[in-house]
Design a protein. Structure first.
Length: 761
């Protein structure tokens, strides 16, 4: 704003002398500079910047304007007042006195709906410039020279910091681990350790220069494997963003398992981490300034190794795009992979690790590791008071918190038994809506969501309030709510995903056609996937038998050499999916079942090759004559259950409880056992007698035996006739323990102690 810098004296800022009534000249100068800087910023804003204002009754063509959305909160486009003023129609829309024509030169939100054009979104008008008929109330004047930033900030520094006292992990100062050998001891016990596990511990170690690294020998065979597996660095890059669902970078680190005793394990871990994560320069500078005040001084480069968790919560990091990230990670793998430890003679990368490294580079090349553009991954959640006000961030990168927050609660929200796929899908959509509202409001405002979950009702109410606000003197509008009716519907799908048209056509799948026969299986899945029959894995006996037939007869499934030709094989399968019990398949599903089929084939092959060796023992085990030599099993005859007595043979209830029971409902019972047979009492009498005895038993258990209470005495003189037994202040006698009149006696809660013993405690 001012292109100036105000130097801060950190010891002066955190000094305790600010509570004194008289401030020192240094403190007065410090406070005056802060106030002067704020005043200069205010004057700069007032002088050089102008708040967008309403349109006057008469505007000149070419006047720059902002176009706001229907909620009058978000700028959706910018442009100039059109030169076609005065025309009655524009693009088939009538121009009234409440409208004005503008020429849109830049679109900020293509999905914003324009109500004056039959609710078309801005993206449907094509590339700017284009003419647009807008409501005058949605336009604001502005000066293009101001350079107002309309984009969403990449960092949430503008949010007010919250207290971090509730998080003890963030509140602790960055104290390096005193047991520097703890990680080494753990590593010795484990043969291999993942890079992700190493990043969670102290990886401080002596720094190796290029000469020290050269002392580690290189294995030529491993170098050749690395060249064959990794290949080279691509020269062309595809910047298409196919999805915002990325690979968890911490899962990526856990893919690499290295020898725990290799001398370069920690150094490789640090180099790979630094190649992927680029620290924010402002945050690193703040950490270095704070570290300079410590004793001994510390720097970011030291703390990121000794206190990785603390650094990740106080410094933002960026994962660069693929064309920057790929060459760096490629060089790290190529340099460190074939190095041999001089003591253990182990390679850092085995053959399997080279394959994992190739998979990691493929993820990087496809853009599944780099940060998505325009998405704020860090939220400032507080200020670390123990680190002189360093900001504390929460990072959305990674899936542990995300998966736990969803998967922990989703099982209790879904139906359990006897439900259909449609029911599960509807329950999933309802859970997603509730979860997004609750967590979204909390993450953006820090407060819990309080309201109903019918967002469509809220959208309609807000739309009505906006349309009727001119009819009220003091209209009440809904603020802080993003109305989906003002924007085009998203094409993202939750739950059962549709099959893309190019994959459907390439796999020879027919398009979904609604059928009148409701008895067809999996109709709902097919409608959601957009195919005539659902796309399911191989799961029925008919499909397994059909797969075996194709493996024997079709050349695309069983070529003369190599793996099946999957692109042709999936077309052959789907073209025969008209048969009952056969469903559409994708290439990945056929590959999965092919691996299972090969495992079964290997089992059959092993059984066939070892049949001669297994046949003698199998004959002995399954010999039917073994039953003739087995000992006889003692037989125990099954005895039928016999009832020797009925309800009439129960013991009569005690006579002392007879007053609790109705005299007319008690039936005399026999004291001698009777012979088996039908009871002399009818069923109703037996049930009534049983109920009476149950009630009598419960009353007997609940009877409270009267206990004689000990007479109450005074806690001071211990005399029962003393009036002090109600309140010790009424006692006129001497204390029984110390003999003093002013003593209040023993403690009523600890009467076994004298007054002197209680006072000593």
């Amino acid at each position: 704003m001012l292109h100036k810098r105000l130097d801060k004296n950190t010891p002066e800022r955190v000094s305790q002398s600010w509570e004194n009534c008289t401030l020192t000249p240094e403190q007065i100068s410090y406070a005056a500079k802060d106030a002067f800087a704020a005043l200069q910023i205010h004057d700069k804003l007032i002088t050089d910047y102008q708040v967008p204002s309403l349109l006057p009754p008469t505007v000149t063509p070419g006047t720059p304007v902002f176009l706001f959305g229907s909620d009058i909160r978000t700028v959706v486009a910018e442009g100039r007042v059109s030169s076609q003023l005065g025309e009655d129609f524009s693009n088939g829309v009538r121009v009234t006195k409440h409208h004005i024509m503008i020429t849109v030169t830049r679109v900020h939100i293509p999905g914003a709906v324009i109500s004056s054009h039959q609710k078309q979104n801005l993206g449907s008008f094509g590339a700017p410039p284009f003419e647009l008929n807008c409501l005058r109330s949605h336009l604001r004047l502005y000066s293009p020279s101001e350079g107002i930033n309309l984009t969403i900030p990449s960092s949430p520094d503008s949010h007010p910091p919250n207290s971090s006292s509730q998080n003890p992990l963030l509140a602790q100062p960055p104290v390096p681990s005193e047991n520097e050998g703890a990680d080494d001891q753990t590593a010795v016990q484990t043969e291999f350790i993942s890079v992700g596990e190493s990043l969670l511990s102290d990886i401080s170690d002596y720094e190796l220069d290029s000469r020290s690294v050269d002392e580690f020998g290189t294995d030529p065979g491993s170098v050749q494997v690395g060249v064959e597996v990794l290949g080279g660095v691509p020269t062309e890059w595809d910047y298409t963003i196919r999805s915002l669902v990325l690979k968890d970078v911490w899962h990526l680190f856990n893919m690499l398992y290295l020898p725990a005793t290799h001398g370069l394990r920690k150094h490789f871990t640090r180099e790979l981490r630094d190649a992927i994560f680029i620290p924010n320069e402002a945050d690193r500078h703040q950490i270095n300034c704070w570290g300079a005040t410590q004793n001994p001084p510390r720097r970011y480069e030291e703390l990121r190794n000794s206190c990785p968790e603390w650094i990740r919560s106080h410094c933002r990091h960026v994962i660069p795009p693929p064309h920057i990230l790929y060459p760096l990670v490629f060089q790290v793998f190529k340099t460190y992979g074939p190095l041999i430890d001089p003591n253990t003679k182990q390679l850092l990368f085995s053959a399997n690790v080279w394959k994992v490294a190739s998979n990691i580079l493929e993820l990087i090349r496809n853009g599944f590791v780099s940060d998505p553009p325009g998405i704020a991954l860090y939220t400032r959640i507080g200020t670390d008071k123990r680190a002189n006000g360093l900001p504390i961030y929460r990072c959305a990168r990674g899936t542990n918190a995300t998966e736990g927050g969803v998967h922990t609660h989703i099982r209790s929200r879904l139906p359990k038994f006897g439900v259909s796929v449609r029911h599960i899908h509807a329950s999933l959509l309802d859970f997603t809506l509730r979860h997004n509202l609750i967590t979204g409001v909390y993450n953006s405002t820090g407060q819990r969501y309080n309201g109903h979950f019918s967002i469509w009702m809220t959208n309609d109410i807000q739309e009505l309030l906006i349309s009727l606000q001119d009819m009220f003197v003091h209209p009440t509008l809904i603020t802080g709510w993003v109305n989906g009716n003002f924007y085009a519907r998203t094409s993202e799908v939750i739950g059962i995903l549709p099959i893309p048209d190019d994959i459907r056509e390439r796999s020879a799948m027919a398009q979904y056609v609604p059928v009148s026969d409701s008895r067809q299986q999996y109709t709902f899945i097919a409608s959601m996937q957009g195919t005539r029959k659902p796309v399911l894995p191989v799961h029925t006996p008919d499909e397994e038998h059909f797969f075996h037939e194709l493996m024997q007869s079709d050349p695309s499934f069983s070529p003369q050499s190599g793996e099946p030709h999957w692109n042709e094989a999936v077309r052959v399968w789907n073209s025969n999916a008209e048969r009952v019990g056969i469903y559409y398949k994708l290439v990945e599903q056929l590959k999965t079942y092919y691996a299972k089929w090969k495992a079964r084939l290997h089992i059959k092959e092993a059984l066939s090759m070892t049949a001669a060796q297994r046949r003698p023992v199998a004959r002995q085990i399954h010999d039917p004559h073994r039953s003739l030599l087995a000992p006889a099993i003692p037989a125990k005859p099954l005895e039928l259950h016999r009832v020797l007595g009925g309800l009439s043979t129960m013991i009569p209830h005690p006579p002392e409880l007879s007053h609790h029971l109705s005299s007319t409902s008690v039936v005399p019972v026999a004291t001698q056992p009777v012979d088996p047979g039908p009871s002399q009492l009818n069923h109703c009498q037996q049930v009534e007698m049983r109920a009476n005895q149950r009630v009598a038993s419960q009353l007997h258990k609940k009877m409270v035996v009267a206990k004689s209470r000990k007479p109450r005495t005074c806690k001071k003189c211990a005399k029962p006739e003393c009036p002090g037994k109600r309140s010790v202040k009424d006692c006129k006698n001497l204390c029984r323990d110390c003999g003093k009149y002013e003593c209040r006696g023993r403690n009523s809660k600890r009467l076994h102690l004298t007054c002197l013993e209680a006072a000593g405690d």
